[in-house]
Design a protein around this ligand. Structure first.
Ligand SMILES: [Ca+2]
Length: 280
């Protein structure tokens, strides 16, 4: 190469070299406070990696064009855009929440309707159960009435039936009622004689007491049948040394003994056999 040509090339390259090194130094000064200080040696960047990590320096080297300058944003604008973006996200979340709440309200309404329908069905089932229970009780009473006269002893218009279960006086009254009858109330001597005979034959050869529907629970010494009618005749057991009734206020209910049909005043809470009566 000729000296003239070499000089020409040198003069052309030198300004470019000076311009490039000057720009890089400016970029180096602007980034000295950053984390890439170690990449700088003698005011120059090393390697392509540094060039990639510092695109701004390269841009500054090339200088912003008119369009890029127009698109450049300030930190305040970036913050404003960020806030708008967050508000948009929150609005979207609130919308989803509203949709969820609406669906929840719909399901709750449907569930409420189902509960109402179930309540109605439960009420209907309860009514049917009560109706069945009433029918069962009526059937039970009817069976008791039939059983009372089939297994018991008929006297004119009623039948006496002896139970082999033990009950207090009140329990015996309730058991007879559940079976469609009443606790035995011999209202005259004929009925009393028939009941005594039936009881003697039922327990023979044993001797057991059983409740009949007579007591002085309301007023000491005033004996009433269980239906409230006053007793006008008695069959008290009598002995030379002691006669019935002798229990005073401690013994207010009456038992009939099976061997002789005599009456004894007895503690109402004692558990013993009992006799019911049924319409014949
Ligand atoms: Ca008494």
């Amino acid at each position: 190469m000729r000296k003239g040509a070499a000089l020409f090339v040198f003069l052309c390259v030198l300004p470019l070299f000076l311009c490039e090194t000057g720009v890089e130094k400016l970029g180096n000064q602007s980034t000295m406070d950053g984390q890439n200080k170690e990449t700088v040696l003698g005011g120059f960047y090393q390697g392509e990696q540094v060039a990639e990590e510092m695109p701004i320096a390269k841009d500054e080297e090339q200088g912003p064009g008119p369009t890029e300058a127009a698109l450049a944003t300030t930190p305040l604008e970036d913050t404003f855009s960020y806030i708008l973006s967050r508000l948009a996200d929150m609005d979207s979340a609130i919308h989803r929440l509203n949709v969820f709440q609406y669906n929840l309200d719909v399901k709750l309404s449907q569930l409420s309707d189902k509960v109402i329908r179930m309540d109605a069905k439960v009420g209907k089932i309860q009514d049917e159960t009560e109706s069945i229970s009433r029918v069962n009780k009526e059937n039970h009473r009817e069976i008791g009435r039939l059983e009372g006269c089939l297994k018991g002893h008929r006297v004119v218009r009623k039948c006496f039936l002896i139970s082999r279960s033990y009950e207090t006086y009140a329990g015996a009254v309730e058991r007879c009622r559940e079976r469609g009858g009443r606790i035995a109330m011999p209202k005259d001597k004929r009925e009393l004689a028939a009941l005594a005979k039936h009881t003697r034959e039922f327990f023979h050869p044993g001797n057991w007491p059983l409740w009949i529907g007579v007591s002085d629970r309301r007023s000491e010494g005033l004996y009433l049948f269980e239906d409230g009618i006053r007793v006008t005749f008695f069959q008290w057991h009598e002995q030379l040394l002691s006669s019935q009734p002798d229990g005073g206020k401690r013994e207010n209910c009456v038992t009939l003994t099976s061997d002789d049909g005599d009456w004894w005043d007895t503690d109402c809470e004692r558990r013993t056999y009992f006799a019911c009566e049924f319409d014949g």
